[in-house]
Design a protein around this ligand. Structure first.
Ligand code: ADP
Length: 539
């Protein structure tokens, strides 16, 4: 068989040859969200111009190129122009603290950073904070729209691209070379970098397109709400090129009204995002009595999706939200929840109970659960233990860190869960978040799911707080829906019959807001700090 390397440039080459006129639609962050229309042919041509422009800026192979950017056609051009030309695309999460961003840029040694104009003041601060390796800052706009900045005179992306020739041959090299870099959000300690290879990226793209994974095809219109700075938008920029799907890029408009408008105007058939995004869209739908003219499917991941949210989309809007689980260290896809043939005879509610789990592993990912001594536990759907994974798109070692994170060749995910005999994974917690009550474990996710199913609850988080007898007991922190009335006793009563009695939260606190991390997850770390001296009524 031919020994042809699996390179990211092969994806764009394919999309250009066979899907050139398939549209790439973007909301422009530098034009107030105005719609821009491009296609795979144009994206391919401009990504070759990007490759030449990077050479003109003096960047050699393996040079690091940072981006602080929304999902747009320009960011897509960088995905291919940078990685395809043997440089490394480093996507940076703009929601991190500026000090963290500065640390990441310095650690990665980015030579150039491309940024959307909405991040101009952030970039000004970064330059003032000191990013000595960055030689050029490039604003993703045209010269006439360059933002006025105090500490740096940025280049204009459109000028850079149009000055470069589109005549460029994608180089061939070892598929094990790095193509892109992402840092985990680093809720504890410094962020850690995961360096994806061309090989892992292309294999992951094949994996994600499969029917029981994202099931993407050339008939799909795909709207990735998950940002391209969050684990490569779960690989969608690559898988969409592999199968020639139309892409709809939401730019900075991730709120309910902006998303709804795009779903309708572009007839979106597939989307992907974290639960908070689907919650925002749902509130907009309910408030304005709206519906979709084309049914769509979605995967939801990043944190556990409350059953109430999945049910609301299924029953009210005919939208199928499939649960998926993964992490930066896994490129990110690990499992997706779809049924097996034998489940088709079950009732709708029995099927739904399965669909609430995080799902079965994609071919390319193997998983197991182990006890505290690293001994494998049975896949019986009851035993819960530390989840470990392995496969060709799972991290082997963090970028520039010597310590080997693997245990017996498996990567410890830091998640705790069960695996049932059919291979379905259910995450019960992050290992840091499980509540250890009297030597037994209580799942905070299960309790949160019950809480958010109450009609007056907008958001809920459960943390373990110190208890003199039980070591830890669950405390429920709740944001009420606007205008809703709800007391602690009523909410506690709502748990009755839904969980083991001894799991019932010991107390409830109502707050205006729950803190979130840069990737939109509930920050349990901050909550635990906030309530570390909390006196439970049961203590
Ligand atoms: P980080 O937030 O650490 O930077 P990721 O964004 O890669 O990293 O998040 C990975 C973690 O998110 C997983 O280890 C898991 O704890 C959580 N997670 C992801 N998907 C799900 C899901 N469907 N259900 C529950 N937890 C999830």
């Amino acid at each position: 068989m031919m020994d042809q390397p699996l390179l990211i440039s092969e994806l764009i080459r394919h999309a250009e040859r066979y899907h050139a006129d398939t549209e790439i639609v973007s909301r422009l962050p530098d034009a107030g969200g105005a719609i821009h229309r491009s296609n795979w042919g144009e994206v391919a041509r401009r990504s070759r111009q990007v490759a030449n422009a990077l050479s003109a800026l003096g960047l050699g192979p393996q040079a690091m190129v940072g981006t602080l950017a929304w999902n747009t056609h320009r960011h897509l051009e960088l995905y291919y122009g940078v990685s395809g030309s043997q440089r490394v695309l480093h996507t940076i999460n703009p929601r991190l603290f500026p000090e963290q961003i500065c640390w990441i840029i310095n650690h990665a040694e980015d030579a150039v950073v491309f940024f959307d104009v909405t991040f101009a003041s952030l970039v000004d601060g970064l330059v003032a904070g000191g990013c000595p390796t960055v030689k050029h800052w490039v604003a993703l706009t045209s010269a006439d729209k360059l933002p006025a900045m105090k500490h740096v005179q940025p280049l204009a992306y459109e000028e850079l691209v149009s000055a470069a020739s589109a005549d460029y041959s994608w180089p061939s090299f070892d598929e094990r070379e790095a193509g892109s870099l992402c840092y985990t959000s680093g809720t504890t300690g410094n962020p850690k970098g995961v360096l994806y290879s061309h090989r892992s990226t292309v294999l992951h793209a094949y994996g994600t397109c499969m029917p029981d994974v994202m099931g993407l095809s050339a008939r799909d219109v795909v709207l990735p709400v998950v940002p391209m700075f969050h684990v490569n938008a779960w690989g969608i920029p690559y898988s969409a090129a592999a199968i020639g799907a139309k892409l709809v890029m939401p730019g900075a408009g991730l709120d309910g009204p902006s998303l709804y408008e795009l779903f309708e105007s572009e007839k979106v058939s597939f989307s992907a995002g974290v639960p908070t995004v689907w919650l925002g869209l749902l509130q907009h739908l309910q408030k304005n009595n709206l519906h979709f003219s084309r049914p769509w499917n979605s995967i939801v991941g990043g944190s556990a999706c409350p059953p109430a949210l999945m049910r609301a989309y299924r029953d009210g809007y005919g939208v199928k939200i499939r649960h998926a689980w993964g992490m930066s260290e896994m490129s990110p896809l690990g499992t997706v929840c779809t049924l097996k043939e034998k489940h088709l005879k079950l009732s709708a509610e029995e099927q739904f109970a399965i669909e609430l789990k995080q799902g079965r592993p994609v071919f390319g990912v193997d998983m197991r659960i182990v006890d505290q001594n690293g001994q494998p536990l049975p896949h019986d759907g009851k035993a819960f233990g530390d989840l470990q994974v392995r496969g060709p798109w799972v991290v082997q070692r963090y970028f520039k860190l010597d310590k080997d994170p693997l245990q017996d060749g498996w990567f410890p995910t830091g998640d705790v869960g069960t695996i049932d005999p059919d291979g379905y994974l259910q995450i019960t917690d992050r290992s840091k978040d499980v509540i250890k009550s009297g030597g037994e474990w209580i799942s905070s996710i299960d309790l949160e799911n019950v809480a958010v199913a109450h009609p007056a609850v907008q958001e809920a988080a459960v943390i373990g707080v110190h208890h003199p007898k039980w070591d830890e007991r669950p405390l429920l922190v709740v944001v009420r829906k606007p205008g809703a009335e709800l007391g602690a006793a009523e909410l506690i009563a709502h748990f009755e019959g839904k969980i083991a009695k001894w799991w019932t939260p010991d107390d409830v606190v109502f707050v205006e807001e729950i803190p979130h991390t840069a990737t939109g997850k509930i920050s349990k770390l901050q909550l635990r700090q906030q309530y570390k001296d909390y006196q439970l009524p049961t203590a």
